[in-house]
Design a protein around this ligand. Sequence first.
Ligand SMILES: [Fe+2]
Ligand SMILES: [Fe+2]
Length: 291
Amino acid sequence: MEKSQIKDTIIARVEDFGVPPDIILRLIAVIQDKTHTIHNVVDIIQSDPSLTARILRVANSAAFCRKTPINTLSRAVIQMGERIVTGIALDFCMKQVYEKNLTGYNCSSEDFWAHSLMTAIAAREISRHTNNNISPDIAYTAGILHDIGKAIISEFIVDNNTLMQDWLDKGEVGDFLAAEKQLVDTDHAEVGWMMASKWKFPEELLNAIRYHHNPNNVEEKFRDIVFCIHLADITAMIAGKGTGIDSFIYDLDSNYVNYIDLGENELSFILLKIQEEFVQIIESIRVVKET
Ligand SMILES: [Fe+2]
Ligand SMILES: [Fe+2]
């Protein structure tokens, strides 16, 4: 198949791909609003009984539970924090993305979710060091969603991993994204952007998804959030949560120093902090999934 035909097939796949449930779109919209409160989040979640039940079960799992059981959603949200709750909602309601093995990247669905979650936690921490103090809520959500394009593009690269590796070894392409582009005339960042555009996600998320490997190409007003996700993505890889064969095959754009004020010591501290939090969340979600 010609490259342009493959791209057309990928675009058709984006069109056919399921839309996240309305509750996710409402949750993302409310998080985007900087004046929102925890009650707005509770109001949205409680409209979905099965999601509410899932959140209560995670809140009562060993990792979070204190002495007394938590039996109301608002207490669960206060206990865990709204970002963790948002993460649980995205995982639970976007199964078509996060329950898929990314065979083209040699990455299981569990590892894909782990990378997304670790990037989100890192993004929230890094957001506090951005020059314009971007919202930690938006950074967290963008961290979870940044690689959604892989859910579609994976099957289109699966038979050509060796060829892509060959291009990379010979220096014919600079990074994994360029290898994808050379193979199928698009890449996971662009495909993710197509998906998020179709779902009418807010502009900050769209740009974070599209430019997370090429932050210098985005217009100036989105550079803080995009550099934050760019650095968080690499931080997740350093923390041992990459997504398979493409881990570390992307460049860190050193221009991040113009948008994020983060010394080596602070980055080491973030690495420690995110590991601890990651273990707590991933473990509690896993236990609830298995029971
Ligand atoms: Fe990526
Ligand atoms: Fe990533």
